[in-house]
Design a protein around this ligand. Structure first.
Ligand code: MG
Ligand code: MG
Length: 260
């Protein structure tokens, strides 16, 4: 069953996702060689709590931290660690959630650590563009498959591959609501987009083949071929005027000068 949101509920979701956007920017200020992913997690948790919210991922299905931080070949759900020290040339996908006023925020951004290789930068650019292509399909009367197809087409046209095992989702009083929002599929298929639907669109795009491995820690998902993977995520409300994006990367890109 899909829960359609009222305007008031969409504003609470916006508050949450704006806090996630600011938290990601705060994390972004500290992304540099020599920093551990656990330090970034601590910064995010303090920032979220200082702004009157609770980390959305902490304790979710037993997840031990506030952020999922996935480095290089890790796709998603990486566990922050004081032993995982960032190096020049790494990329890190930072996924962040909040709970405030009974609703969730959930958005993600992949950062470059210092200078990265041009082909890795292209993976980041294409994955972010694929997200924007998906958002451009958000309008009343379109279907989830229109979003999915747009994301897949952009990624594959650029020689990259789409992870199938993990998908986007509805967002509300729960972090994962119906419907699923895959990053692959056929135009004109799947649930209809109606006013009040709020979804997370979150392409996970691999440089090599699309296959992933679930690590024995019970969380981390990595590429089978150990080539890099990128992940960007927006929360988006469907309105009669089109997509109302509840997340922004402006705070991040203000800091990074468009580098990431
Ligand atoms: Mg997320
Ligand atoms: Mg999500």
């Amino acid at each position: 069953m899909i829960n359609y949101k009222t305007e008031e509920e969409i504003e609470l979701l916006r508050e949450n996702n704006m806090l996630v956007s600011r938290t990601l920017a705060e994390v972004g200020k500290h992304v540099r060689p020599g920093v551990s992913t656990l330090e970034l997690d601590r910064i995010a948790e303090a920032f979220i709590r200082d702004h009157g919210a609770v980390p959305g991922f902490l304790g979710y299905n037993g997840f031990p931290n506030s952020l999922c931080i996935s480095v290089n070949e890790q796709v998603v759900h990486g566990i922050p660690s004081d032993k995982l020290i960032l190096k020049e040339g790494d990329i890190i996908s930072v996924d962040c959630g909040t709970i405030m006023k009974g609703f969730y925020g959930d958005s993600a951004y992949t950062f470059a650590v210092g200078e990265i290789a041009p082909d890795v930068q292209r993976l980041l650019n294409v994955t972010k563009e694929a997200l924007y292509k998906g958002v451009a399909q958000v309008r009343v009367g379109n279907r989830i498959g229109d979003i999915a197809h747009a994301v897949q087409e952009h990624a594959e046209m650029n020689g990259f591959s789409v992870v199938r095992e993990l998908v986007g989702h509805g967002l509300g009083r729960n972090m994962h609501e119906s419907p699923e929002v895959p990053n692959y599929g056929a135009k004109g298929r799947g649930p209809l987009l109606k006013e009040g639907l709020v979804i997370c669109i979150e392409p996970m795009i691999n440089m090599g083949d699309r296959y992933v491995v679930f690590e024995r820690d019970g969380w981390t998902v990595r590429t089978r071929d150990r080539k890099p993977s990128a992940h960007f995520e927006f929360a988006v409300a469907v309105t009669n005027d089109g997509a109302d994006v509840l997340t922004t990367f402006e705070f991040i890109e203000g800091i990074q000068g468009g580098n990431a």
